[in-house]
Design a binder for this molecule. Structure first.
Ligand SMILES: [Cu+2]
Length: 100
C-alpha cells in the first residue's frame, strides 16, 4: 500500500499550489497550473471569518473556517480557465485556475 500511495503523493507533491484568502480576496487571483497533470491545491484562509471555496468547474465546494486551511486534489485539467469564488464574499473573492 505504501508504494502505491507513495507514487501518487510524490506526483502530487511536484504540483502543489497554494492560494491565500486575505481581506476576502484570493492571492494570487490567477493561479497557473500545468495542464493534464494531477495537482494539489491548498487554500489558506488568513481571515478570521469562514469562507466557502467553491468552483463548479473544478468540482470543489468546501467551507474553510477562519485561520484554517484545506487541501484539495485537482484532477488532470484540460487547458483552460476554471473560475472559483469565495461564496461568502463573492463580490471580492474570485479568481481562476489557468491550466496550460
Ligand atoms: Cu456553495
Amino acid at each position: 500500500m505504501a508504494s502505491v500511495l507513495g507514487i501518487s503523493v510524490a506526483a502530487a507533491a511536484e504540483n502543489a499550489f497554494t492560494l491565500t484568502i486575505k481581506d476576502h480576496r484570493f492571492e494570487p487571483a490567477e493561479l497557473r497550473v500545468p495542464a493534464n497533470q494531477p495537482a494539489t491545491l491548498t487554500v489558506k484562509n488568513l481571515d478570521a471569518t469562514p469562507e466557502e471555496f467553491e468552483s463548479k468547474s473544478l468540482r470543489i465546494e468546501k467551507v474553510i473556517p477562519g485561520n484554517s486551511e484545506a487541501t484539495f486534489t485537482l484532477r488532470p485539467l484540460k487547458s483552460g480557465r476554471y473560475k472559483f469564488v469565495g461564496e461568502f464574499h463573492e463580490d471580492a473573492a474570485k479568481g481562476e485556475v489557468i491550466a496550460e
